[in-house]
Ligand binder design. Structure first.
Ligand code: MG
Length: 179
């Protein structure tokens, strides 16, 4: 149970290396993504250009980018509205509530969606509970906000218990997590 909760299905070094054509082959219709440290570096104000380009690249392949964030609408909207990127705010990760709502709202099936994030405890757990495919990425910046630092502490313990240290390798392409 513990394993299934936190374990990502895939790993990749950064969300920006996801290949829209490959996702299409996998039958993916939407990429659900965490915001802080997955799409945007939380401490850098203008890291949004790459995000906008990535959104366009996905859109050209017919894939939607939908941000799943625990932040409120105002904060998330501020970052995403200028680029017309869709989002689901107050998602309450690690609970699957936000993801489930977004699935329903956008008429998506579980197997058509990747949940991408940089944290096992929030992003991977929420994605796994919602039954979508999960992708762990390396945090965009090494430092974290204080509340994330607490999660990271527990994450280290989970990494140890799941014996993930050797298994999680972040490459430039989507890697299936071996057992
Ligand atoms: Mg994050």
């Amino acid at each position: 149970m513990f394993r299934l909760l936190f374990r990502p299905n895939y790993t990749i070094d950064t969300i920006y290396h996801l290949d829209p054509n490959k996702l299409k082959e996998m039958g993916i219709k939407a990429v659900f993504s965490d915001l802080d440290n997955t799409l945007l570096a939380w401490n850098i104000k203008d890291s949004s250009e790459e995000m906008a380009k990535f959104n366009q690249k996905l859109a050209q392949a017919g894939i939607e980018l939908i941000v799943i964030s625990n932040n409120n609408e105002q904060r998330v909207g501020q970052a995403l509205d200028p680029f017309k990127i869709k989002f689901w705010a107050k998602a309450r990760k690690p609970l699957p509530i936000g993801i489930n709502h977004a699935l329903k709202h956008y008429h998506l099936k579980q197997d058509q969606v990747l949940m991408v994030g940089d944290q096992l405890i929030t992003d991977m757990q929420a994605g796994n509970l919602a039954g979508v495919k999960t992708v762990l990425v390396k945090p965009l910046v090494e430092t974290d906000k204080w509340n994330t630092r607490i999660n990271r502490f527990f994450e280290k313990i989970i990494f140890f218990f799941l014996n993930l240290k050797k298994k999680v390798v972040f490459k430039e392409s989507l890697e299936w997590m071996k057992n």
